[in-house]
Design a binder for this molecule. Structure first.
Ligand code: COA
Length: 328
């Protein structure tokens, strides 16, 4: 299962009929007028629940996403690359911070979100469950995973929930630096020695399927898109984001003399739509449900971080400690 499927449809129908119809109509009219919904405003329970799910998953993706690139900080080639990658990884963790804060405005405490992550109850992006074997893998993530994230986030930053949109605006500004950094790294390898070019090509071969999965299942089977788009939480569908990404980046990849591991990938001159071989959606389901190449490792790292950081959180939340004067 991707998500709720038919049970979600049944839950949605009940959830909407349980709401006060006048309040629901006023809420939807506000959304249609393009107004922002703020935390203290009335909102249907389903809007709250869906937003919490989506923002929380997004926040988890940022802290888990810091892990595959984080392992490359000490091994990045040269001081400048190390500095830039360290700054990028720090930014990603900062994005998680912004997103957890936005999700908290909907009522779910951060501790509970982290517990749900490390217990495997909450999802996070499929793509961070793959290993970054080589430096080229790290370059692929910095350029193209961030590019994919920007496509999705720029659209959603125009959405209906104020705190999420404001967080996304700031995140997109920072991501645009990541994108330039990643593009520069890929150009360097793609125009470098034979070994460097091969290493970059192998990374493209490894990451292309997870990248196609990244935008979510096709609109025909997406569980949540319909209600999320009706309420302007998602401003572009999964397929629209995937198409936009292909349109913007495939020509840039081909320009560098790199190839993509899909012989059916081409833009239909009549419709302007990209055609491609459907990626293996069984693999996607396995990965998002906890059985990808690195799921266990990623969650284990988060669990250790949670345990090691417990004393810091306790100290911050403890009642003011008695001031002890330093010895003269
Ligand atoms: N990785 C992991 N899970 C994914 C996924 C992905 N790339 N794409 C979809 N899913 C999951 C959904 O979370 C959902 O599972 P759930 O019901 O258990 O929560 C299920 O697959 C069905 O997908 P769909 O109905 O299409 O979900 P959606 O409408 O929430 O769309 C996103 C999925 C990722 C496009 C959407 O949640 C989104 O735009 N999120 C914000 C951006 C984000 O999280 N980016 C992550 C990386 S920076």
């Amino acid at each position: 299962m991707y998500g709720g499927g038919n049970s979600f449809e049944a839950m949605k129908a009940t959830a909407l009929t349980d709401e006060d119809p006048i309040k629901l109509a006023e809420f939807e009219a506000r959304i249609d007028r393009g107004e922002k919904i703020e935390p203290s405003d009335w909102m249907p329970q389903l809007y709250r629940k869906q937003l919490t799910r989506m923002i929380e998953q997004h926040a988890h993706s940022e802290i888990i996403g810091a892990l595959p690139e984080g392992t490359w900080i000490t091994r990045a080639p040269g001081f400048k690359r190390k500095l830039a990658l360290m700054a990028k990884v720090q930014d990603e963790v900062g994005h998680a911070q912004l997103l957890y804060s936005a999700a908290e405005t909907l009522g779910k405490p951060r501790e509970e979100m982290i517990t749900d992550l490390i217990n495997g109850k909450s999802k996070y992006s499929n793509i961070f469950n793959y290993p970054a074997f080589t430096w080229a893998d790290s370059c692929f993530i910095s350029w193209l995973v961030d590019a994919g994230a920007i496509v999705n986030q720029i659209a959603n930053s125009k959405g209906s929930y104020g705190p999420y949109c404001r967080a996304l605006e700031r995140i997109c500004a920072e991501e645009s630096f990541h994108l330039k950094y990643g593009h520069h790294c890929v150009i360097h390898l793609a125009t470098g020695t034979k070994v460097q070019r091969e290493m970059m090509q192998e990374a493209f071969n490894r990451w292309w399927t997870p990248m196609m999965h990244f935008f979510g299942p096709s609109d025909k089977i997406s569980v949540h898109s319909e209600i999320l788009m009706r309420w302007k939480v998602k401003m572009s569908s999964n397929d629209e984001c995937r198409q936009q990404f292909l349109d913007m980046y495939v020509p840039k990849i081909w320009e560098l003399g790199l190839t993509l591991p899909d012989e059916n990938l081409r833009k239909d001159p009549e419709t302007g739509e990209w055609q491609f071989t459907e990626p293996d959606w069984e693999e996607f389901k396995r990965v998002i449900n906890g059985d990808g190449p690195c799921n266990k490792e990623r969650l284990a790292v988060r669990r250790v971080a949670e345990e090691r950081g417990a004393w810091v959180r306790q100290a911050l939340l403890a009642p003011k400690a008695k001031y002890v004067a330093p010895l003269a």
